[in-house]
Design a protein around this ligand. Structure first.
Ligand SMILES: Cc1cc2nc3c(=O)[nH]c(=O)nc-3n(C[C@H](O)[C@H](O)[C@H](O)COP(=O)(O)OP(=O)(O)OC[C@H]3O[C@@H](n4cnc5c(N)ncnc54)[C@H](O)[C@@H]3O)c2cc1C
Length: 382
């Protein structure tokens, strides 16, 4: 089998792989991206499209979130693609006293750094979302975030990367990563074999199993997440509305529901998510997921009782044990780089992809990336 040679091979065509392909191609690199199915068909195309800010960590990560929000605004022009970007408020509904205190601090943190954010009591919450059944809530944490169409963002990066000369291959699953000692020597699909100066794994929830092909183990975990979308409806909601204890509810639970809902530009209501820990990645909807989502969203918005759900889907949602991304060179393999398990992906990827492209091409690394070094997990390279 003849070997085709590139500067960089990227495995995985979601937000991460596509944004990095664009940034590399913009800098003149010869890039090949291999995607197992269609572009954006992994977790990226299945997501809610929030450019999240509310859940920022109060550490080095916040710097990335703040810069990323500004970059998204600029990308609407730079990529020359309408990915339905808009600023949208996010309400985190607070039920318990113990969450009130945490969110009061979070809102003070965000507002202190210049982001529009405030704590609303029940009366102000009700005024902000008149259709919400606010009875059981103390109030909400509000923050001005962003919102977009996630598949369109993928296509925006893809089109811009192609214009700059990147080759993006779809339906080309990587079946092996060949390694000799400290170097990856080839990446194989069923039909072809490629070599590159650098191989980048951006395969989201699938990154763990792919790295395993190169004898590397990274503790990538994932939840199986389900979401639904309604028929188009007249204007009902003014913000994305979610629950303040979302991460507490879903993480490490065998099965859980925590709803978040936003009205899309076409009037549909996209509602996330019912989650389950599954031993392997699969994309099937469960018999309990959609009914549980419908039950919980109706408790929040009883007026939606007659709204029809037109589609439901499931996707893996990847994360690492410390809930920070893994971004960096894989210890012990000189030309293998991983970028996966992002927190607040849509908001952070515009900035992270620029920094990652710079690092891959030998520029000095941005200081914030040091915290995300995959070597922190004592990555086992056999
Ligand atoms: C229901 C839900 C709602 C969410 N809402 C939001 C939100 O509002 N905002 C937000 O920022 N984040 C959200 N997320 C999280 C977000 O979707 C993910 O963090 C993000 O999509 C990850 O992007 P990625 O590029 O790392 O992975 P992916 O998009 O999963 O891309 C990885 C790609 O690798 C491909 N691949 C896998 N194996 C191979 C192989 N062997 N060879 C070649 N290609 C391969 C896959 O097909 C896939 O396309 C949500 C997630 C879910 C499940």
């Amino acid at each position: 089998m003849a070997t085709d040679r590139r500067d960089v091979i990227i495995i995985g065509g979601g937000f991460a792989g596509l944004a990095i392909a664009y940034q590399l191609a913009k800098r003149g690199a010869d890039v090949l991206l291999l995607e197992a199915a269609s572009l954006g068909s992994g977790t990226s195309g299945a997501c809610a499209g929030r450019a999240q800010v509310s859940e920022s960590h109060r550490d080095a990560h916040f710097e990335v979130v703040q810069a990323g929000l500004a970059r998204l605004e600029a990308l609407t022009v730079e990529l020359d693609f309408d990915f339905e970007w808009r600023r949208l408020g996010n309400l985190m509904l607070i039920e318990h006293e113990r969450h009130w205190q945490w969110w009061a601090e979070q809102v003070a943190f965000l507002a202190g750094r210049g982001l529009p954010a405030e704590l609303l009591d029940r009366q102000s919450l009700q005024a902000a979302e008149p259709l919400l059944n606010a009875d059981k809530f103390l109030g909400a944490a509000w923050c001005l975030e962003g919102h977009l169409n996630p598949l369109k963002l993928c296509h925006a990066f893809a089109a811009a990367a192609r214009r700059r000369g990147a080759e993006l291959r779809q339906h080309a699953p990587v079946i092996d990563i060949e390694r000799q000692g400290r170097r990856v020597t080839a990446v194989r699909t069923a039909r072809e074999r490629f070599a590159a100066d650098t191989v980048l794994v951006t395969a989201g929830a699938w990154s763990g199993q792919l790295l395993g092909r190169a004898g590397v183990s990274l503790p990538v975990q994932f939840t199986h997440a389900e979401a639904v979308i309604s028929e188009p409806l007249p204007s009902l909601l003014h913000n994305h509305v979610g629950l303040a204890d979302f991460y507490e509810t879903i993480h490490n639970a065998a099965r859980a529901v925590s709803v978040g809902v936003a009205q899309q530009q076409n009037g549909t209501l996209l509602v996330t998510e019912a989650v389950e820990m599954t031993p392997a990645i699969h994309r099937r909807n469960s018999p309990w997921g959609s009914p549980a989502i419908a039950r919980d969203v109706l408790a929040l918005f009883p007026r939606l009782a007659r709204a029809r759900i037109v589609r439901a889907w499931a996707a893996p949602s990847p994360f690492l044990p410390d809930e920070q991304p893994a971004i960096g060179w894989v210890p012990g393999v000189d030309n293998l780089f991983v970028a996966t398990c992002f927190h607040l992906t849509i908001t952070t990827i515009p900035v992270l992809s620029e920094w990652i492209a710079g690092l891959l091409l030998g520029e000095a690394g941005a200081p914030a990336l040091a915290a995300f070094n995959p070597g922190r997990f004592e990555t086992m390279t056999s």
